[in-house]
Design a protein around this ligand. Structure first.
Ligand code: URA
Length: 207
């Protein structure tokens, strides 16, 4: 089966998922969007109100800022793949709960395996903690590139934090996106972190 078909089937499965309580309050599942051959995969936290209504991640104000930061490094939103840790909106935009993350993280894991991007960008604390498995805040983790699985991971602030924090935070996000741009331009290198046939799951990520 092609990666595109696998992803399509996974999205269909997610669309009727009832694995956690968020199924009771969501309008629809926000699975993820973008290019199947994307070099950059961005991971947010959870859909907000607009995303829940439109079925697409990052379509509100935070999404507009994200689009701008991407376009500044020459990446069109359609060329990237955008997903969230949690595929359903938590009521009132409360933080996702550990049980919700646990029941949802398999979708993200498979999305990353199938898209197989060069660079994963985690937006904010939730995505960064889940993928890097470090209980350290984003302020300390951002600004560097981490070898991750057989790719690179660049943690940065959540764009909603930049909307609240103003130019200082936005400019730090720009610095992080400049790191991403350099990685995207670099020739493919020998994977440092893992042998090419190891899957995200075998490496124990997302645990
Ligand atoms: N915030 C997120 O983390 N994800 C979205 O899709 C929208 C807002």
């Amino acid at each position: 089966m092609s990666a595109a078909e696998e992803l399509r089937q996974l999205a269909q499965k997610a669309a009727v998922c009832t694995a956690c309580v968020l199924a009771e309050t969501r309008t629809q599942v926000v699975f993820g969007v973008g290019a199947l051959d994307a070099d950059i995969l961005l991971v947010g936290e959870a859909p907000g109100k607009n995303e829940d209504l439109q079925g697409e991640p990052f379509v509100g104000a935070a999404g507009k800022l994200l689009d701008r930061l991407l376009s500044e490094i020459g990446v069109d939103r359609q060329e990237a793949y955008i997903a969230n840790v949690i595929k359903c909106r938590p009521p009132g935009n409360r933080d996702p709960r550990p049980a919700e993350i646990d029941s949802c993280k398999g979708y993200l894991r498979t999305q990353i395996e199938l898209i197989d991007p060069k660079v994963v960008v985690t937006l904010g604390n939730f995505a960064t903690k889940l993928l890097l498995r470090r209980d350290v805040g984003i302020t300390r983790l951002r600004g560097q590139v981490y070898p991750w699985w057989r790719r690179h991971l660049v943690p940065t602030f959540h764009p909603a934090a930049a909307l609240r924090g103003g130019d200082r935070v936005t400019n730090q996000m720009r610095e992080d996106f400049a790191l991403v741009s350099r990685l995207l331009d670099a020739p493919p290198e020998t994977p440092a972190a893992a042998a090419p046939d190891e899957s995200v799951e075998q490496l124990g990520l997302f645990e």
